[in-house]
Design a protein around this ligand. Structure first.
Ligand SMILES: [Ca+2]
Length: 411
């Protein structure tokens, strides 16, 4: 017996020693995919002609069509090509694609973060897919002056491997046009538990796509109508323009490390269907803030909860970068839509082309218990006064009587 317990002890100690390594192995899946920054040198060195000759020339990737490894500082038609990160990136010509296969955990949702820039003035788009699921991102809108943006899209792992494909679906006249992509990372998402006193899932926005620590542009979340497969679990972006996911390293965030910034006025809407009980009174509360990104005021949001809508202007106390806002509503069904959009179309004060807007964080929907309690207390109090007046044999004011009647009806 003694020996087996000693053996058990050794086994437990051994497991404890091993455990951190196991954790490290699983976590290593989050972050850059193999050669996701295109900095790994092809076996023959980076091509001087830039054009990728064979489909397997870029380490870790398979290419198809006119794929080009571009270098920072490289010029084309008098224009310097944009390389979002490091020295190299790839450009996808008409109908060209790159793809990579890697293992994932079946049944999980993965978010893919990548940086993309367009090269020509025309409308350019990028198709990101894990076949058969695919999403096309419109690169037409310039969200900042740098000319590139990080984006995030999500996919369900229906099997235990992903074939992640980036494709330029365009057929432009100029073959040197086509999006440049760089810095491709993945993150396995989890859906946070719903707190007992809050019907909103991920209301603090802390769970979301991979963010690069050295990128100060946040991550754009394009339209996503599938609430089961969202880069921001619980939420959907139901507008045709993106919203921005921001981090506390580069922006002012009301709570925790992450929040969202609403862009493009009415064209940038985020929403969630929350569980409610019909005919119950609820309160929607949230933090409304300024990202401290030189966004030109006024800032304001339109907040929706069921059939209630309210516009709220950003007017914080002098030392704060956010305020708490509140909207009361009575639920009509067992699911209620809450939503937010920016009332204004804001840009930064130092450049007129970078979009910005109000920050939303710490969204809560909870029973307006205090209101019901105070109603109850009020009618109890009236009843007491009524009783006392009766006891004292006083005449009751008809107004008191009416008030008492209506309070009891409320109850
Ligand atoms: Ca937060």
């Amino acid at each position: 017996m003694a020996r087996s317990s000693i053996t058990m002890k050794w086994v437990s100690m051994f497991m404890l020693l091993l455990l951190p390594h196991f954790t490290l192995t699983t976590k290593a899946d989050d972050g850059l995919v193999g050669n996701g920054d295109f900095e790994a040198s092809p076996s023959n060195g980076f091509p001087s002609e830039a054009l990728v000759e064979s489909p397997t020339e870029i380490p870790s990737w398979k290419s198809n069509g006119t794929v080009e490894l571009v270098e920072s500082g490289q010029k084309q038609g008098g224009m310097i090509l944009i390389v979002p990160q490091g020295r190299h990136a790839v450009r996808l010509g008409n109908d060209a694609e790159i793809s990579q296969e890697f293992p994932v955990e079946k049944g999980s949702v993965y978010s893919v973060t990548f940086c993309a820039a367009r090269t020509c003035a025309q409308l350019e788009s990028l198709n990101v897919s894990v076949p058969p699921a695919s999403q096309t991102i419109d690169l037409q809108t310039l969200y900042n002056v740098q000319g590139w943006n990080p984006y995030a899209v999500s996919f369900n792992a229906d099997s235990d491997s992903f074939r992640l494909v980036f494709k330029n679906p365009g057929m432009e006249d100029d073959p040197t046009c086509g999006p440049i992509i760089d810095n491709i990372a993945i993150k396995k998402l989890f859906t946070p538990d719903k707190p007992k006193d809050n019907a909103v899932v991920n209301g603090d926005m802390e769970e979301g796509p991979w963010m690069f620590r050295n990128t100060s542009l946040g991550v754009l979340l394009p339209t996503n109508l599938d609430e089961e497969t969202s880069s921001l679990p619980g939420w959907i972006v139901e507008s045709n323009r993106a919203i921005r996911y921001i981090d506390s390293d580069h922006f002012a965030v009301p709570g925790g490390k992450r929040a969202i910034e609403l862009l493009s006025g009415k064209e940038g809407i985020i929403s969630q269907m929350v569980e409610t009980k019909p005919d119950k009174d609820y309160s929607l509360t949230f933090s409304l803030g300024h990202a401290d990104d030189k966004c030109k005021e006024p800032l304001a949001v339109m907040a929706f909860a069921g059939d209630q809508a309210q516009n709220i202007h950003y007017t914080p106390n002098s030392n704060s970068t956010f305020q708490t806002a509140n909207l009361n509503f009575t639920a009509k069904a067992d699911r209620t839509r809450i939503a937010f959009y920016s009332i204004y179309y804001n840009t930064r004060s130092d450049d007129m082309s970078s979009l910005c807007g109000p920050v939303v964080d710490d969204v809560r929907v909870w029973f307006a218990a205090a209101t019901s309690l105070s109603k109850f207390a009020l009618s109890r109090l009236s009843l007491l006064i009524f009783e006392r007046k009766c006891q004292q044999g006083k005449r009751i004011n008809p107004a008191d009587k009416r008030a008492l009647k209506s309070e009891n009806q409320i109850k």
